[in-house]
Write a protein that binds this ligand. Structure first.
Ligand code: ADP
Length: 485
């Protein structure tokens, strides 16, 4: 069988541009697929935020014009080989030289351009993929554009290309005024209906992807089931139910090389599952750096996240004082909604030496907190996969999670009788249940030997990309069998 060719499109890819978990995935899954002998190439916008040290290494490949209805826009293509993978960057300074990645008032136009460019540049770079793997709403129009404008072009270049769309978070959908359809994408109004792109009289990019992609995946098995229900479906549950035969869940992994407590240069001290001495050193230094009381036997509970409703912050708000009464220290790193930022600032003022509120985005501090804490709290309302609980286990910090989405799939509830499991969990979105899970964790924490064996078990879990990348490869192959038959 000839080598599988995949064109992987994402609006964010680490280490070039990152605002959340999507970038982590786009920066590590292609590398794992490459190791499985897939000819995968990644395409993303050439944002002004990309560090000049990367830009100076890029090679100009060529340029073409992208038609957005009556507009003809310049599209430059740059290329960079990094870590065994080839990355392509779509250049247009009008669209991508901006202060921030999103939310600039014309995202509908910016990502219409990106979706068209993803298809337009392929003949130019001489790459004819079997599969285009799309990620989140910013790439949502590619499948429909492929069917409407490209598939039947003379020469048959696009004829046998099939699309897989991965949902990383259903909440963010890219909804724009309906004029986008004809005025930018140059698409016929026949696609503007309930089973097409129409969404409350607007155009929805994510819905377009769900309607027109050959296959759909999401980032955990449980989330793949949950989103078919009204509670999790974000008003797209009907179409997800309709397409349930083409929808699968594949859990995310993390990059074990760049996130290794034995070598991570961001840590105060190194450690592994055999020797936890370095972990205690990280805890001591973290307490010092953050102005907490330096106490080895007090459990340090941490929370690293975007401060948005999804992450279960109202439970923490309701239960914060009772949680503090359990005798913990609490470390927060995050930014987002003002009311939650303020809640943590006030908690720090009320509990000096016991609460540390770090209201910012800080990749180095994040790593030090994963390594220096005892427990990691993640009481999410919903969680497509979640990477933070995986990072925390990798660094020997025991997760306390709500049983939803990927949290349910990656954390095994601790059983006090058999001493099996990797964390503490609760089922209902209820503040008392969250506190109860924390209290159970603290009970086990009091027995040092039992706790350390739990810590070691967390560290030995395998969340590398290897097996999930294999599942993606199998899925690509199945798609070819099914759609090229
Ligand atoms: P989501 O994608 O919903 O934000 P994930 O758990 O999948 O949640 O991924 C979050 C990623 O962002 C993790 O790598 C986490 O460490 C990182 N992160 C979140 N908030 C911060 C912050 N304030 N500073 C540094 N890293 C952060």
């Amino acid at each position: 069988m000839s080598q599988l060719r995949v064109w992987f499109a994402s609006s964010e890819v680490a280490p070039f541009a990152k605002t959340g978990g999507l970038a982590d995935v786009a920066g590590s899954l292609p590398k794992a697929l490459k190791k499985l002998n897939v000819d995968i190439r990644v395409v993303m916008p050439k944002y002004s935020q990309i560090d000049p040290s990367w830009v100076s290494k890029m090679e100009f490949v060529g340029s073409c014009q992208v038609e957005l209805s009556w507009r003809k826009q310049y599209c430059g293509i740059y290329k960079l080989d990094y870590d065994g993978v080839t990355y392509y960057f779509i250049d247009n300074e009008f669209y991508f030289f901006r202060e921030w990645y999103y939310g600039l008032g014309d995202d509908g136009e910016r990502f219409s351009f990106f979706c068209k460019a993803v298809l337009e540049v392929l003949p130019l770079i001489g790459f004819q993929p079997d599969i285009i793997h799309l990620n989140d709403w910013q790439t949502g129009m590619v499948s429909l554009l492929l069917d409407a404008h490209y598939r039947h072009r003379e020469g048959g270049f696009y004829k046998r290309i099939h699309t897989l769309f991965t949902i990383h978070n259903l909440k963010y959908q890219g909804v724009f005024p309906k004029s986008v359809l004809s005025d930018l994408l140059g698409l016929d109004w026949k696609y503007f209906h309930l089973n097409g792109v129409e969404y409350y009289d607007q155009v929805n990019f994510l819905k377009a992807a769900l309607s027109y992609s050959a296959m759909i995946s999401t980032v955990s098995r449980t989330y793949a089931e949950e989103i078919k229900y009204d509670f999790f479906g974000e008003n797209l549950q009907d179409i997800l139910r309709r397409r349930s035969a083409d929808l699968i869940g594949i859990v995310n992994g993390i990059d074990y090389e760049h996130n290794d407590p034995k070598t991570d240069p961001r840590l105060y001290a190194h450690f592994d599952a055999q020797d936890l001495t370095g972990k205690y050193e990280n805890k001591r230094r973290l307490q010092q750096e953050l102005g907490l009381m330096v106490k080895e036997d007090v459990p340090v509970v941490s929370f690293i996240s975007r401060l948005v409703d999804q992450k279960g912050l109202d439970l923490i708000e309701y239960m914060l004082h009772e949680m503090m009464d359990l005798g913990i220290q609490f470390v927060v790193l995050g930014s987002g909604e003002w009311r939650y930022e303020e809640m943590f600032r006030q908690a720090q003022a009320r509990y000096p030496g016991r609460v540390s509120a770090n209201i910012k985005y800080d990749g180095v501090l994040a790593q030090r907190i994963y390594a220096g804490s005892d427990m990691f709290l993640m009481p999410s309302l919903y969680e497509p996969c979640g990477l933070s609980q995986i990072f925390s286990m990798r660094y020997g910090t025991v997760p306390i999670v709500r049983e939803t989405g990927g949290l349910k799939d990656t954390v095994i509830p601790y059983n006090v009788s058999t001493k099996e499991g990797t964390g503490f969990s609760f089922a209902n979105y209820n503040a008392h249940e969250m506190k109860d899970a924390l209290a159970r964790a603290i009970e086990v924490y009091k027995n040092k030997e039992e706790w350390e064996s739990l810590v070691r078990r967390c560290m030995k879990q395998d969340f590398t990309w290897e097996s999930s990348a294999r599942e993606y490869k199998d899925l690509y192959n199945d798609m070819l069998k099914r759609f090229n038959a």
